[in-house]
Design a protein around this ligand. Sequence first.
Ligand SMILES: Nc1ncnc2c1ncn2[C@@H]1O[C@H](COP(=O)(O)OP(=O)(O)OP(=O)(O)O)[C@@H](O)[C@H]1O
Ligand SMILES: [Mg+2]
Length: 374
Amino acid sequence: MSETPRALLVDDAEIEYLTFERMLRRVTGPTRALDWARSYAEGLAAIARGGHDIYFVDIRLGPDSGLGLIREARRRGVLKPMIVLTGYGSDEVDRAATEAGANDYLVKGEFDHVLLERTIRYAERNARDLAELDRRLAESEAAARELTEQRERRALAEAELSEVLRRTVDEQESERQRVARELHDSFGQSLTLLQLGLDSVTRGLAAGTDIRQEIASLKDLTVRISEEVNHLAWELRPTALDDLGLQEAIRQVPAEWQSRCDLAFELHLALDRRLPPGVDSALYRVLQEAITNIVRHAAATRVGIILDSTPDGVRMIVEDDGCGFAADDAGRAEPPARRLGLLGIRERLSLVGGALEIESSPGRGTTLFARVPL
Ligand SMILES: Nc1ncnc2c1ncn2[C@@H]1O[C@H](COP(=O)(O)OP(=O)(O)OP(=O)(O)O)[C@@H](O)[C@H]1O
Ligand SMILES: [Mg+2]
């Protein structure tokens, strides 16, 4: 059961109210009860109370403006149909009424109950459409706000994540440095002492004895362990990286690898400056992963390493003539996707603002391009 529809007329002349009321009664369709407000203030109070389905507002309300009243009602979120009553009609009145938020206007003395009925119908539809538009606008504004908030939350989470990653990487590097030094200095020194000890024991023994031979092979073993330890220390973190920088650390690469694999290295090192320590480490780890990959996957014979300056930073290229692999457009290795090597160096580079590109295709070798702007 719906209540009787109610209309409100805001007009400062009683005669207008009486005429309008009579005409409204003649409008076909559901009968509307008409309430009357005599002024801007009374009208606004009635509108604020609600309870009306449609409003008719005289364009002049004594000293006040009917359009001002409509504007205020719209500002307060009233979406019901509102029709302006004016003494004369013109394009200007039409524009002003629409701009204030009215759904239509009627010229006093120039409309009958038929035109009134049609105007009501049109205004109702127009108000419904506008309300729907309003609702959708509010919805999309809310969605846009939510999106912005989500973006901000995500950016924050990403920033925190990269901070955690940065710290982990820094700590990892200093830990590697500590262990490498420890291996190289203490362990290496002890092994050297062991070798010297074995030497002096050998000197006290007659040549050709079994025990002398035994000790000689123990010495060989110590030498090998010593080399292994040095290599391990170098792999963890070459001291040259900290003492002399990336370029010098790369110079040691062929010597360290050639005893372990059959790769011919070609180096083109033309860096004309010292890099910040973080960039040194990041590029060095890229190179380390690249060579490990070449040894493990590429079956290559040649490796080229280029390091040089670019107008905006530094560039390192590592290329091999091996079997290559299928990389997607972004240079990411296709399956197996859960590998961490290439992914890891991408992250390492992005921490120092750099980026990695990979060019590879089956049978055509692989090239890694690492760039860091400085
Ligand atoms: N130089 C290369 N030549 C041929 N294939 C390569 C080369 N580098 C990488 N690949 C291919 O790309 C894949 C991904 O490399 P990635 O370094 O990410 O992982 P991985 O070396 O297999 O494992 P890890 O996580 O231990 O590094 C490799 O499994 C290999 O198939
Ligand atoms: Mg790898």
